[in-house]
Design a binder for this molecule. Structure first.
Ligand SMILES: [Fe+2]
Length: 456
């Protein structure tokens, strides 16, 4: 439960709001690189953190992102000509490059030098992992990019996907990291015994009410849900990460399919991002990774690849909300098939796992009223994430405190996962086991454990 005031604070993301200011401290994904397929191609409308922007790829292939209104008389640059190194407003021919410099002002006498005095607002962009990332914050020199493991992954080991959720970012985001919904929304129709022996999936279904621990990390919060295994000497752990401001590692990589030991190779920790378009629309970007396995004939197989690649979405249109929308939605009850629900073909009667998540998020109203929700211990992760978000937004607003992770890119070098450990170990031990590389995730609170060193 949140007070009405805190709920307002945590959900509103426009310019000048505390949460909007917090998010603007970070690099955020704006669109897919493939939405700007070629130099001098069509400009793209991008609605991001409540700002109406236009993106374009210039003659040299650089990406520009700026408020869509020309600084002259506020006509939309979306209708502009993308040519010869910049975007030219078709109203009076004013032209801007990716950095916002005015390259041409053909309706003003050149001797006045007005062109050189004007600078359009432009957000710096870089392209990583198939996404255009931008920094919309106040710093002259942007902070470092987060050291996400997927940035270094071979693109053939990852699957990139986008879909829109028509509601506030926080409810869409929390549902990604909701630990126990998997056993109901996505798996309520299956029995543990039907699932592969030793798989994480079987373990998740064997006991649908696990126990929980949460741990603050350098750039977020880690959640561990654990189950005591038959015999009592081992526990299975399912670890997920929240990373500021809206990144989640749900363990879709190694967690859901098979555990690491069974041949599925973890290439890199995948990541989900719930990026606010405005207060009531969210763009989900997912880089699914760590799904690769080499089959007996030497070819490579990707767990759940088809599901990610074939989301039933409408073709994109150019309007502000026209990108990556589902075919199904509230207008047709998300295509629910009551017979399939009744006969337990699936638990929901919906056709797609991600659509199930979207349906739940959107059904909560555009912005959830959290003053009368009833959270249990299974929601410990959400509670801690909200506490940290609200504290960070207030600290930034009150005394300019730099939020977690902004100047600590290595805080993002962290993994989710599923593993089995001796029953007396804790979430700290479990987290330590999933450290990335030699240096590991930068979590000084996680002192190496003797058993982990021996194991390594
Ligand atoms: Fe889900």
């Amino acid at each position: 439960m949140l007070s009405a005031k805190d709920n307002e604070l945590i959900t509103r993301v426009g310019p000048g709001t505390p949460m909007g200011d917090l998010m603007r401290q970070y690099w955020v994904p704006a669109c897919l690189s493939s939405e700007l397929p070629k130099p001098d191609g069509d400009p793209l409308r991008v609605l991001l953190l409540g700002e109406r922007l236009v993106a374009f790829r210039d003659t040299e292939g650089r990406v520009g992102l700026m408020p869509h209104q020309c600084p002259h008389k506020k006509a939309s640059l979306f209708y502009g000509r993308n040519e010869e190194g910049g975007l030219r407003c078709v109203f009076h021919g004013w032209k801007f490059d990716v950095a916002g410099r005015c390259m041409d002002m053909p309706n003003e006498p050149p001797e006045r030098g007005f062109k050189d005095k004007l600078r359009a607002k432009a957000y710096p962009c870089v392209e990583r992992a198939g996404l255009v990332w931008t920094y919309m914050g106040p710093r002259e020199t942007p902070p470092p990019m987060p050291a996400l493991e997927v940035f270094d992954a071979n693109p053939r080991d990852t699957t990139l996907m986008a879909y829109q959720v028509e509601c506030n970012w926080l409810q869409a985001f929390e549902n990604d990291l909701d630990i126990t919904h998997f056993g109901f929304l996505h798996g309520g129709h299956s029995e543990a015994e039907q699932l592969p022996e030793g798989s994480a999936l079987r373990e998740l279904m064997r006991d649908r009410a696990p126990r929980y621990e949460v741990l603050d990390t350098a750039a977020g919060v880690m959640s561990g849900s654990y189950r005591t295994m038959p015999g009592g000497t081992m526990k299975s752990w399912y670890l997920q990460n929240y990373l500021f401001p809206f990144f989640g590692q749900t363990g879709v990589g190694i967690g859901i399919g098979e555990k690491v030991a069974s041949g599925w190779t973890q290439k890199a920790a995948g990541i989900t991002m719930k990026v606010p378009m405005d207060d009531t629309h969210t763009m989900a970007f997912v880089i699914a990774s760590g799904l690769a396995a080499t089959t007996e004939d030497g070819s490579r197989e990707f767990y759940n690849d088809e599901m990610w690649r074939s989301l039933p979405l409408r073709p994109n249109t150019t309007d502000w909300l026209g990108r990556f929308r589902w075919i199904d939605g509230e207008h047709n009850d998300y295509g629910i098939d009551r017979d399939k629900q009744r006969s337990r073909v699936t638990f929901t009667g919906l056709s797609n796992v991600i659509l199930e998540d979207t349906c739940m998020s959107e059904s909560m109203d555009p912005i959830v009223d959290r003053t009368d929700e009833h959270l249990g211990v299974a929601d410990l992760f959400h509670i801690r994430i909200r506490q940290r978000l609200i504290a960070a937004a207030k600290a930034l607003a009150d005394h300019g405190a730099v939020p977690p992770g902004v100047d600590n890119p290595d805080g993002y070098l962290i993994r989710p996962g599923f593993l089995e450990l001796p029953a007396d170990l804790t979430i700290v031990d479990a987290a330590e086991t999933l450290r990335v590389g030699d240096g590991g995730a930068h979590m000084p609170e996680l002192a190496p454990k003797p058993w982990a060193r021996e194991d390594a």
